[in-house]
Design a protein around this ligand. Structure first.
Ligand SMILES: Cc1cc2nc3c(=O)[nH]c(=O)nc-3n(C[C@H](O)[C@H](O)[C@H](O)COP(=O)(O)OP(=O)(O)OC[C@H]3O[C@@H](n4cnc5c(N)ncnc54)[C@H](O)[C@@H]3O)c2cc1C
Length: 399
């Protein structure tokens, strides 16, 4: 039995603690914040993310608590035209082995946390900010902000997009600022007009903007996320914004999406950031996972799903002694880089589909509306339908 130090107690770090504890190793999770918690609202989980949760023993709980979505619904946000819907019901669920769901982020994190607390092999240490790592032939050490050193057999950096472990290991500086701001709010479902209450994740696409909403928390709230291409140059995260300001950003949208936006209160803004894919995120007994390894824009709704997949693949590979960890980390990195890099690229490219105006928007609508349900399913099969989560599945897949 070995001891692995996991830096970061987000969705990726906790999932990894569970997957390596299931292999008989000890996990020590070091979280910078004073408590283990997750901010924010809804999170979409495609079948691949639920498959990963099944392998961690949490799939049933998530399926039970989540809202099971029937459609991904694409609307022209200016004209109000329904362009296309991808059904997520019987054929989709049969083909990909699971439903497409949304959960409250805090609820998902809470389920992972409870499972970690119940494991005698997992130690959770809040208030432990890590600044650097060190290693030799016998083990790996993290250095805390206090100067304290903690040594184990290996280190996994699951410390998010501004990872301290990545800074030392990859050294690629600050994240790339996308120039897009997303505004988020939650509204009680009873405020939503009946004719707009679809059991769907709905996109309203408009010029240089789009607006997404879906129900969360057992259907009690509608989660609103409205993106605007404002060429922002400074990263912000969770900054409160005036309601009137948000409404002014989306004045180009038609009546229905504006009606929903007007219901939002307590808006918060994030300027979206990501990074370019890298081939190598492993250094001997130290590796990265989740957003620390492959941060992506949230437009494919796959960041958490990919962190969960990483956790499962890494856990499966660590069925070995500590002497083997370096080699197994390389193998994990190799198996995961192609698939995650592709999703990083797809997430960026999706903006080109959602933000055009005029004739480009019309051409997009014509193309999308001509696609059958099967064609739409084929398009996402490589991503949503993955079961082994490695590079091997992404090779010849359709797109
Ligand atoms: C607006 C938005 C919507 C999204 N929607 C979806 C979605 O629908 N579906 C989906 O799958 N994904 C979605 N994502 C992506 C998803 O939220 C992330 O990919 C996922 O949370 C990454 O998890 P993580 O554990 O790798 O990193 P994080 O969640 O960033 O967790 C990192 C943890 O490390 C801690 N930490 C940081 N630095 C240190 C340090 N130096 N020492 C110790 N601890 C440290 C942090 O406090 C944090 O707890 C969305 C993201 C955004 C921004």
């Amino acid at each position: 039995m070995a001891t692995l130090l996991i830096v970061g107690g987000g969705i990726g770090g906790l999932a990894t603690a569970l997957s390596i504890a299931r292999r008989g190793h000890e996990a020590v999770v070091l979280e910078r914040n004073d408590r283990f918690a997750e901010l924010g609202a809804g999170i979409q989980l495609a079948p691949n993310g639920i498959e990963a949760l099944d392998r961690l023993g949490l799939g049933d709980k998530v399926r039970e608590r989540a809202v099971h979505i029937d459609h991904l619904r694409f609307m022209d946000g200016v004209t109000g035209e329904h362009v296309v819907s991808m059904p997520l019901t019987a054929d989709y669920r049969r083909r990909f082995g699971n439903p497409y769901v949304v959960v409250h982020r805090g609820e998902l994190h809470g389920m992972l946390l409870d499972a970690c607390l119940a494991s005698p092999r997992i130690q959770l240490r809040a208030g432990h900010g890590v600044t650097a790592y060190d290693q030799d032939d016998t083990g790996a050490t993290v250095i805390l902000a206090t100067g304290e050193r903690i040594t184990g057999d290996a280190v996994i950096g699951a410390d998010g997009i501004r990872s301290a472990i990545r800074r030392q290991l990859v050294g690629d500086g600050e994240p790339r600022i996308s120039g897009i701001t997303v505004y988020r709010s939650l509204i009680p479902i009873e405020l939503v007009p009946d004719e707009l209450r679809w059991n769907a994740v709905t996109w309203w696409a408009g010029p240089k903007c789009h607006f997404v909403h879906y129900a969360i928390a057992g259907g009690r709230y509608l989660n609103l996320a409205a993106s605007f291409d404002d060429a922002a140059t400074r990263a912000i995260a969770g900054t409160p914004v005036e309601k009137q300001f948000v409404q002014s950003r989306f004045g180009a949208l038609g009546e229905a999406p504006r009606q929903l936006l007007a219901l939002g209160e307590d808006w918060k803004a994030w300027v979206l950031v990501d990074r370019d894919p890298v081939d190598n995120w492993t250094d001997g007994r130290v590796t990265l996972l989740g957003d620390a390894a492959h941060p992506m824009l949230h437009y494919a709704a796959q960041g958490a799903c990919q962190a969960l997949e990483d956790a499962v693949v890494l856990g499966d590979l660590l069925d070995c002694s500590a002497a083997e960890f370096g080699r197994r980390f390389d193998q994990y990195n190799h198996e995961r880089r192609e698939r995650t890099a592709r999703i990083q690229r797809v997430s960026r490219e999706s903006i080109k589909l959602w933000h055009p105006a005029g004739t480009d928007a019309k051409a997009r609508n014509e193309k999308l509306s001509s696609m059958s349900a099967t064609q739409l399913h084929d398009h996402v099969a490589w991503m949503h339908g993955a079961r082994s989560f490695g590079a091997v599945l992404t090779g010849g897949a359709s797109r």
